[in-house]
Design a protein around this ligand. Structure first.
Ligand code: AMP
Ligand code: MN
Ligand code: MN
Ligand code: MN
Length: 284
């Protein structure tokens, strides 16, 4: 499989915080020329069998996917898993446990927002939720935009949903070691999602990469909708430096909110090992 392949290995459906169904995403990806696709819902693989069938119906190759929320050095880090067995019991249990705290967290977020005069945010966010086990900050953001409190979701995050803001509730997600183990023991490859998005110092990032690698992690995202173009270059260099394979994915959530559409990304630099080269026998 070549580096120049329209692979989109990161996006979200209504099974987490996207606005399209797995079937609608597959149709859009295929229309945009995607050849190899993965649906990577947050902490959830309930959409995988639908995505596999939809990819097949549109003639795309498919890798199973998930984006697992992890707490590392006090920050939330996202680990994408690709090519695992979606019926693996320990992966399923791990994801279920990771999702488990979201309901109580959402209630607390709503209480925080009520203190600054925004009432009914929990119920409001719930109206945007496609999967009752997966209420996320994105659903709150959609409610606050709909009710006219903010003009778009980035503004909601800036003013209400990030550290120190009224709707922010600290949360402990999965451990890095566990997330990587669930993925690899289910036959998949673990990938650090959008490494340019974390507020880490150089030392903290080095600790993340070396610990991730020590636990069996083998790839990082280089070309992603969550990176600025300068970060494609920066993380291409880091992939080489650490010996990581490289992944490519839009992180598409919604036609109205996402600035990078499915499959409409720059190519991976040809000097890198594409993550799909490590996953040839897992592609369906
Ligand atoms: P949660 O898992 O509930 O903490 O929600 C995280 C999700 O919120 C991410 O996956 C993004 O979809 C979204 N998100 C995080 N930060 C921002 C931001 N600054 N602007 C828009 N969406 C964001
Ligand atoms: Mn998201
Ligand atoms: Mn993410
Ligand atoms: Mn994502």
């Amino acid at each position: 499989m070549p580096s120049i392949l329209n692979a989109d290995l990161h996006c979200h459906s209504v099974v987490s915080d996207g606005t399209l169904t797995p079937e609608a995403l597959a149709e859009r990806a295929a229309a945009n020329g995607v050849e190899l696709w993965a649906l990577t819902d947050h902490d959830e693989i309930g959409g995988q069998h639908r995505a596999i069938a939809a990819a097949r119906a549109h003639g795309m190759k498919y890798l199973t996917g998930a984006e697992i929320s992890v707490t590392f050095a006090g920050e939330t880090v996202h680990i994408v898993g690709l090519g695992f067995d979606p019926d693996d019991a320990s992966l399923r249990a791990g994801l279920q446990a990771t999702r488990g705290g979201r309901g109580a967290r959402a209630q607390e977020m709503s209480e925080g927002l009520a203190k600054v005069g925004i009432v009914g945010a929990y119920e409001g966010a719930l109206r945007f939720v496609g999967n009752p086990e997966l209420i996320s900050r994105t659903h709150f953001a959609r409610f606050l935009v709909e009710s006219g409190v903010c003009k778009d979701t980035p503004e909601v995050f800036r003013k209400y949903l990030t550290e120190g803001k009224p709707g922010y509730v600290p949360h402990r997600w999965a451990a890095l070691k566990d997330a990587v183990r669930w993925i690899t023991e289910a036959g998949g490859i673990a990938v650090v999602a959008h490494p340019g998005r974390y507020n880490f110092t150089a030392n903290e990032e080095h600790a993340l990469f070396t610990e991730f690698q020590a636990h069996g992690g083998r790839a990082i995202e280089v070309v992603t909708g969550s990176h600025a173009p300068a970060e494609y270059v920066e993380y291409a260099e880091k992939a080489v430096e650490y010996g990581f394979a490289a992944s490519r994915g839009s992180d598409f959530h919604s036609p109205d909110e996402s600035h990078m559409d499915l499959g409409k990304l720059p190519w991976l630099p040809g000097t890198l090992t594409p993550v799909w080269e490590l996953l040839e026998d897992r592609i369906q």
